[in-house]
Design a protein around this ligand. Structure first.
Ligand code: GRF
Length: 202
């Protein structure tokens, strides 16, 4: 069987999606991915503590006072040091430079808490409520230089209830994120390995 795809998860905070990705792998070691690094631009990120407890390597450096390109070059070097093949953004709250996105094209995934293309950017739940949407949800997508606009790989819907506020809605969407992201990552990694093997056969 092919080696699992070496994945880095990028976080800036709580890290609950990172945890979900890690748990999914723990439940079945035959998954097509393996988390080899959790990296953060926020040294105090709670998710880093969780990752360390799980025995996952971590890398962190504050981006403060650094030009975006310079910070991303350091991040990129850390990823390459760990032979990372695919990057999964999970609550990484910093825009990536175009150069970084170009380097990782096709190998950079994100989870966004809306049904893209609706409600790109921040404060998605409040905006879904104000718009009177019937459904909210989350999307796993490939990252391109256009914010939250890359091809969508998977989505899950959550029915909006009349008494929802942004917090109650965010909590139900987050549950779906935790279910969706591992499945989407697994599928993508299987496809990547399939493509690698086809390449070798050719
Ligand atoms: C999630 O809602 C994710 O969709 C968004 O940021 C939040 C991160 O939460 N991009 P966590 O750090 O994974 O708990």
């Amino acid at each position: 069987m092919a080696e699992p795809v070496r994945v880095a998860v990028l976080i800036s905070g709580r890290g609950s999606n990172m945890l979900a990705l890690s748990e999914h792998k723990r439940r079945d070691p035959d998954r097509a991915y393996r988390i080899v690094l959790v990296a953060s631009n926020v040294p105090q990120a709670r998710g880093l503590v969780l990752a360390k407890r799980l025995g996952i390597k971590t890398w962190t450096r504050s981006h403060e006072g650094m030009a975006r390109e310079d910070f991303d070059a350091l991040l990129d070097a850390a990823l390459r040091d760990h032979d990372v093949e695919l990057v999964a953004l999970a609550g990484y709250m910093r825009l990536l430079s175009d150069a970084f996105v170009a380097k990782w094209e096709g190998r950079l995934l994100n989870i966004h808490p809306s049904l893209l293309p609706e409600h790109k950017g921040l404060d998605t739940h409040r905006r879904a409520l104000i718009a009177g949407d019937e459904y909210a949800g989350c999307s796993v997508h490939l990252v391109t230089t256009d914010l939250d606009s890359g091809p969508v790989l998977a989505q899950a819907r959550v029915k909006i209830r009349p008494r929802d506020d942004p917090e109650s809605l965010a909590a139900r969407v987050l549950e779906e994120e935790h279910r969706l992201y591992p499945i989407a990552l697994e599928e993508y990694c299987r496809a990547l390995r399939g493509a690698d093997e086809d390449g070798h056969d050719a």
